[in-house]
Design a protein. Sequence first.
Length: 330
Amino acid sequence: METTLSLADKSGIADARRRAMQMAQSLGLAERLQADAALIVTEVATNIIKYAGHGEIILKGSDEGGVSSLDVIALDRGPGIANLGAACSDGFSTGGSLGAGLGTIARHSTLFDIYSVAGAGTAVMARIGEAPAPNRPPFLIGARSTPKLGQDVSGDAWAVRFAPDMLWVALLDGLGHGPLAAEASRKAVNIFMDANSGITPADLLRNVHLGIKSTRGAVMALAKFEPVNATLSFAGVGNIVSIVSSGDGTQHLLSTDGTVGYNMRAVRPTQTAWQQGSVFIATTDGVSTRWNLNRHPGLLSRHPSLIASVLHRDFARDADDATIVVVKAL
């Protein structure tokens, strides 16, 4: 459940508030949490209009830790926040807004995160819901996916699977656009979800290759995270860009040429270290291949949903389906 609201003038603030309350209600959140959603969305929408002129708010359901909640992500390309510490303190009013301030928004959220660079915009994330379960897995996951401009259906798809002591992530880009591309990705996801968790990424890619031959095919990347062994196993076919960033630097995970389901060549698996603080990022070709983190100091310290949303804001192209998936090790 996800919707994106574009904001261009004050008339969009009331609609954003109404849509947030409706989604909170449909997620089964309590009335007090619905009120929190209304306050938070009104504040961030007002700030977008006042300081950036236009922007967008993403509303999506989340079940991180097995608890239903509403994520609010507000994005703009405005001047940024000069004094982020003051802006996040209670009692700080942005002027012309509710006067709630980012500090109050944080207190009405179960999770709050913000990223702002002078001259390059602001991104705010607030999660509204009950406190997460204490035994949640040692991963944080975030993604942002949009179809080609003018299309209702995206040919991209992504999926995650939790298994004992490990996490699987798949990212696909069906060949072309629209329903036929989506069909190829959907069939691949079904095979991925039904696979034995003990299989290797390379072997699973081969299974998918055989299973989607009746479709137009897709490019695909698979990552298997095993914190117990401190390893990440990866295999990819096609032009999906994947990296792992850690304290030791950034490593590119290479995919082989070809199309899964059509002309897949020999798969070359990769294994690398996966440790606390490691961040995995994978993007389809709707995200400019020139994307990098040089323009975004400190971004990797933020929540994966915020990382994905900021990179999508700055590097996604309307002329193609665009997806970013981010995993962070806790």
